[in-house]
Design a protein around this ligand. Structure first.
Ligand SMILES: Nc1nc2c(c(=O)[nH]1)N[C@H]1C(S)=C(S)[C@@H](COP(=O)(O)OP(=O)(O)OC[C@H]3O[C@@H](n4cnc5c(=O)[nH]c(N)nc54)[C@H](O)[C@@H]3O)O[C@H]1N2
Ligand SMILES: Nc1nc2c(c(=O)[nH]1)N[C@H]1C(S)=C(S)[C@@H](COP(=O)(O)OP(=O)(O)OC[C@H]3O[C@@H](n4cnc5c(=O)[nH]c(N)nc54)[C@H](O)[C@@H]3O)O[C@H]1N2
Ligand SMILES: [Mo]
Length: 760
C-alpha cells in the first residue's frame, strides 16, 4: 500500500485528478446556487464576508486575517452563505400540507432544500402537523412547561454557530433555571481537545496564531481535511510551503487539498501554472493507528539523540515538563513490529519523518477529527504533544499545537460558559453578578444526554441550532425515544430531522442568520465570535431578513428565559435584547482577562487575541508543567489488528455538505459524484471479500452489547484506502456507531473507529 507522496494516486481507484481550489471550486459554488436560488445580493454579502465590518462566515472556524484577500471566502463559505440566503421558504403553507410522518420519509437534503423557516410553530399531535403560533404564545407555552419540570431533567444543547452574546445568555439561563446540562456540538467533536489537551498542557485550545505559520519549518497534519473543511487555511499553508516549510500528512485517505492546491486568488496558477504540492510525505495511516505512528517517529528522534546528543531540548524538558523519564523508557522499549502493525506504516517511512522532524527548528502539529473521534483520542493528542515537547516546540514563535475547530463559534461558546463542567465556569463571579446560587452538579455530555433520552431521565430538550438527533451515534436506536420527551424546543434556520421527532410539547422557532440585519430597540446590532486561533471578531449582518416574523437568537433565548424564570432585578432580559453591547459588558465583567474593553476592541482587524498561557510557558496542569504521557500498556492495548474479515469504519464529510446539511451530491475532491450511499474500500479488499465495484452491501457493527446495528443498500466503490479500513458518509451511517464507543476521557464518540462486517 502506498505510504509516501512519491507513490502517486492509484489508477485502479476512484479519485479526483485536479488540485483543491482551482476552477473546480467555482463550478462547485454554481451548482449549489442553482438549487438554493439565493437572493442576488448574496454576491455583495460574499465580498464583505470575513472582513472587518462585514459578517463572519457561518461555515468553519478558521481565522480571519487582518489583511484579508480580495475574496476572503472559500468554496464552502460561499455555499454556506448561499444556503442561508436562499429565496426558498418553508412557511405555514408548507407545514399545512405535510404531516411529520410524511416528512420523516424524506432524506436530509429534501428537508433543508425547502428553504428558510419563517414562523414560530407548535406541534399539533392530532393533525401530526406544525401549526403557526405567535411568539408570545410560544414563549409563554414553553415557560409554563419548563417551570413544571425538575431542571436537572432538562438539557440545553448548542450547536456551535450562535454568537458569544447568545451563548452567554443561554448558559446564564440554564444556570438561573438550575442545571449545567449544557452540551454542545463540541461534545461530538473537539471535546477530546478540551479535556485531553487541557490535561497535558493546561490549555483546552490550540496554542498557535497565524504568525506562527509564517515561521514554522515543518507541519505535521493528523486527520484534518483542510481542502473540504477549512479551505481558507490552504492559503497560509501554501505560503508556508512556498517558503520551504515541509508538510507531512497522516491520513488513511489521500485528501486532495493536502496533496495539491491551486490558489483561486492567483490568476497565474489558475491558468498556466501548476498547483502547489502541499505534502512532501503522505502516510496513509490505519484508522486509530496514529499513536503507533507517532511512537515510531519518537523512536527515531531518540535514536538520533543517541548518535548526536543535541537533538532533545534538554533544558526545556528539565524546566517545563514532567514525567519524561518513564515516557522515554516506554518509547525505547516499544517494539517496531507492533508499531508497524498498529499504524499500518513501514519503519522506513516513519524514520524518514523522524529525520525531517529532527532537521526542523520550528514544528507545528495540526489535527482534526481523525485524532479526536477515537476511543484513544485523548491519548493520541497526548502523543502528538509528547513529540512536540521533545524539542521544545511549544511557547515559541513558529511552533505549537493547532487543533482545527469545526463550527464557526464552537470554541467561543465554551469560552463564555456553555459547558457541562462547572469547574470550567467562574461560578462565584456569576453568582455575585446576578445574585443567585448557581448549580454545581456536573451536567450531561452528548453521550449522557442520549442515554437520558433513551432511559427517560431527560424530559426536556432545548436546541440552539444543530441537528442533534441526526448527528449523534446510534441514531436509529434513539429515534423513537425523542417522541417520549415532555418538551422539545428547536431554534433553527432550516428544517431537519431533529424537528420531525416531535413530542406533544414541541416548538420550532425560526431565527435570523448571521448575514441578516438584526435591528433591536437601540438600532442595528452586531455580534461576536471566536475562531480556531482564539481571535475574537465582530460581525454585522446587512441583508434584509428572510421574513419579518423572524427573531434573533438573542431575542429568542431571552424570550424563553423571561417566560420561564421568576423576576430578578439583576437579570434584565429586555434591556440586553435591546442592546447587545450590554451583554458584551457582562462578558467583560465575567472574564476580565480575556474580554476587557470588549466593545471597544470587537472590530479590530484580524480580531483580538484572547491569549494563551502556554505561549508564555505557563502550564495550568496538575503538575504545573507540560505532561509527558505514556500510552496505555506501551501500545499493546492499541495493537488490535483486525481479523481477516473485519474492517474499521471511518465516517467522512463530503465537499458538498456541512455536517448534517447536505448541499448537494458531489464529493468532487474525492471523485465521487451523484451519490452518498457508498462504502469505500481498497480494490484488494473488494476482491478478497468476493465483491465487485457497484454491488450493494450491508454493513453490520461488531459490538458485544447484544444489539443489532446495520445499514444496507451501500454501493461498493474502489478507493485508495489502507487494508482493513472502509469509509462511508456521515450522517447516513450513524446508526452503526455504538453510543458507548467513545473517547475514554471526554466521551467524544468514536465516529472514526467502529468495527464492522460487510454482508453482500
Ligand atoms: N465543508 C465543510 N466544512 C466543515 C464541516 C463540514 O461538514 N463541511 N464541518 C465542520 C466541523 S463541525 C468540523 S468538526 C470540522 C471537521 O473537519 P475535520 O477535522 O477535517 O473532520 P473530518 O472530515 O470528519 O475528518 C478529518 C480527516 O480525518 C481522517 N481520518 C479518519 N480517521 C483517521 C485516523 O484514525 N487517523 C488520521 N490521522 N486521520 C483519520 C479522514 O480521512 C479525514 O480526512 O469541519 C468543519 N468544517
Ligand atoms: N458519524 C459521524 N457523526 C458526526 C461527526 C462525524 O464526523 N461522523 N461529526 C460530529 C461533529 S464534529 C459535529 S460538530 C456534529 C454536528 O452536529 P450539529 O451542530 O448538531 O449539526 P449541524 O448539522 O451542524 O446542524 C445543522 C442545522 O443547524 C441549523 N442552523 C444552521 N444555522 C443556524 C443558525 O445560525 N442558528 C440556528 N439556531 N440554527 C442554525 C439548521 O436548522 C440546520 O439544519 O456532528 C457530529 N456527528
Ligand atoms: Mo464539529
Amino acid at each position: 500500500m502506498s505510504d509516501t507522496r512519491e507513490d502517486r494516486q492509484r489508477d485502479d481507484t476512484v479519485h479526483y485528478d485536479g488540485a483543491a481550489g482551482g476552477w473546480g471550486s467555482m463550478r462547485g459554488i454554481k451548482e449549489i446556487a442553482r438549487a438554493a436560488k439565493p437572493d442576488p445580493a448574496f454576491a455583495d454579502t460574499l465580498r464583505r464576508q470575513n472582513k472587518p465590518g462585514g459578517h463572519m462566515c457561518t461555515s468553519c472556524a478558521w481565522t480571519k486575517p487582518a489583511q484579508p484577500h480580495a475574496f476572503e471566502f472559500c468554496e464552502n463559505g460561499a455555499k454556506a452563505t448561499i444556503w442561508d440566503l436562499t429565496t426558498r421558504r418553508a412557511g405555514p403553507d408548507f407545514f399545512a400540507s405535510h404531516t411529520l410522518t410524511e416528512l420523516r420519509a424524506r432524506p436530509d437534503y429534501e428537508l433543508e432544500i425547502e428553504g428558510r423557516l419563517t414562523h414560530p410553530m407548535r406541534y399539533d399531535a392530532t393533525s401530526d402537523k406544525y401549526v403557526p403560533v405567535s411568539w408570545d404564545e410560544a414563549f409563554a407555552g414553553i415557560g409554563e412547561r419548563l417551570r413544571r419540570l425538575d431542571p436537572a431533567s432538562a438539557v440545553f444543547y448548542a450547536s456551535g454557530r450562535a454568537s458569544l452574546e447568545t451563548s452567554y445568555l443561554y448558559a446564564l439561563f440554564a444556570r438561573l433555571y438550575g442545571h449545567n446540562n449544557l452540551p454542545d456540538s463540541s461534545n461530538m467533536c473537539h471535546e477530546t481537545t478540551s479535556v485531553g489537551l487541557k490535561k497535558v498542557i493546561g490549555s483546552p485550545v490550540g496554542t498557535c496564531v497565524l504568525e506562527d505559520f509564517e515561521h514554522c519549518d515543518m507541519i505535521l497534519f493528523f486527520g484534518q481535511n483542510t481542502g473540504t473543511n477549512s479551505p481558507r487555511f490552504l492559503h497560509p499553508l501554501k505560503d508556508a510551503v512556498d517558503r520551504g516549510c515541509r508538510v507531512v500528512t497522516f491520513n488513511p485517505v489521500r485528501e486532495t487539498g493536502l496533496v495539491e492546491f491551486a490558489d483561486p486568488q492567483n490568476p497565474w496558477q489558475m491558468t498556466a501554472g501548476s498547483p502547489t504540492e502541499i505534502s512532501e510525505h503522505y502516510l496513509q495511516v490505519r484508522p486509530g493507528g496514529d499513536i503507533g505512528a507517532i511512537a515510531g517517529i519518537i523512536k527515531r528522534v531518540l535514536e538520533r539523540e543517541d548518535e548526536r546528543g543535541d537533538v532533545l531540548d534538554r533544558a526545556f524538558i528539565a524546566e517545563h515538563t514532567h514525567d519524561f523519564e518513564s515516557f522515554e523508557a516506554a518509547m525505547r522499549a516499544a517494539d517496531w513490529s507492533l508499531i508497524e502493525r498498529v499504524s499500518g506504516l513501514s519503519r522506513a517511512a516513519l524514520e524518514q519523518v523522524g529525520d525531517i522532524y529532527v532537521a526542523s527548528r520550528n514544528v507545528i502539529g495540526i489535527y482534526g477529527m481523525g485524532l479526536t473521534q477515537h476511543v484513544h483520542g485523548s491519548q493520541s493528542i497526548g502523543m502528538l504533544v509528547n513529540l512536540l515537547l521533545l524539542r521544545g516546540n511549544m511557547g515559541r514563535k513558529g511552533a505549537g499545537i493547532s487543533p482545527v475547530r469545526g463550527h464557526s463559534n464552537v470554541q467561543g461558546q465554551r469560552t463564555v460558559g456553555i459547558s457541562e463542567k462547572p469547574e470550567l465556569v467562574p461560578m462565584e463571579t456569576i453568582a455575585r453578578m446576578f445574585d443567585f446560587e448557581p448549580p454545581m452538579e456536573t451536567g450531561r455530555t452528548t453521550v449522557e444526554v442520549v442515554e437520558g433520552v433513551l432511559d427517560g431521565s431527560v424530559k426536556a430538550f432545548v436546541s440552539l441550532g444543530g441537528n442533534f438527533a441526526r448527528a449523534i451515534p446510534d441514531t436509529d436506536r434513539a429515534e423513537e425515544s425523542w417522541t417520549r420527551l415532555d418538551v422539545n424546543v428547536q431554534i433553527a434556520t432550516k428544517l431537519n430531522r431533529s424537528h420531525l421527532l416531535a413530542c406533544p410539547n414541541t416548538w420550532l422557532l425560526p431565527c435570523l442568520v448571521r448575514a441578516e440585519e438584526d435591528v433591536q430597540a437601540t438600532g442595528p446590532q452586531a455580534v461576536t465570535m471566536e475562531d480556531s486561533l482564539s481571535h475574537v471578531h465582530g460581525s454585522r449582518g446587512r441583508r434584509t431578513p428572510a421574513a419579518e416574523t423572524l427573531k434573533s437568537e438573542v431575542a429568542i433565548v431571552a424570550g424563553i428565559a423571561k417566560a420561564t424564570l421568576a423576576p430578578n432585578p439583576k437579570v434584565r432580559w429586555d434591556d440586553w435584547t435591546g442592546d447587545y453591547a450590554l451583554i458584551r459588558d457582562l462578558i467583560a465583567e465575567t472574564y476580565p482577562d480575556e474580554f476587557h474593553d470588549f466593545n471597544a476592541r470587537m472590530f479590530e482587524a484580524g480580531g483580538f487575541y484572547r491569549g494563551n498561557p502556554v505561549r508564555d510557558l505557563k502550564w495550568k496542569t496538575e503538575s504545573g508543567k507540560a505532561e509527558f504521557t505514556t500510552p496505555d500498556d506501551a501500545l499493546s492495548a492499541l495493537g488490535h489488528a483486525p481479523g481477516e474479515a473485519e474492517f474499521t469504519l471511518i465516517t467522512l464529510r463530503s465537499n458538498d455538505q456541512f455536517n448534517t446539511t447536505i448541499y448537494g451530491f458531489s464529493d468532487r475532491l474525492r471523485g465521487i459524484e451523484g451519490k452518498r450511499d457508498v462504502v469505500l474500500m481498497a480494490p484488494e479488499e473488494i476482491e478478497k471479500a468476493g465483491l465487485v465495484a457497484g454491488q450493494r452491501v450491508t454493513l453490520h457493527t461488531d459490538h458485544d452489547d447484544g444489539l443489532e446495528r446495520s445499514v444496507g443498500g451501500l454501493e461498493v466503490v474502489p478507493y485508495d484506502l489502507p487494508l482493513h479500513c472502509i469509509g462511508a458518509y456521515y450522517p447516513e451511517v450513524n446508526g452503526l456507531i455504538p453510543l458507548d464507543y467513545h473517547d475514554e476521557l471526554s466521551k467524544t464518540p468514536a465516529y472514526k473507529g467502529v468495527a464492522v462486517r460487510i454482508e453482500a
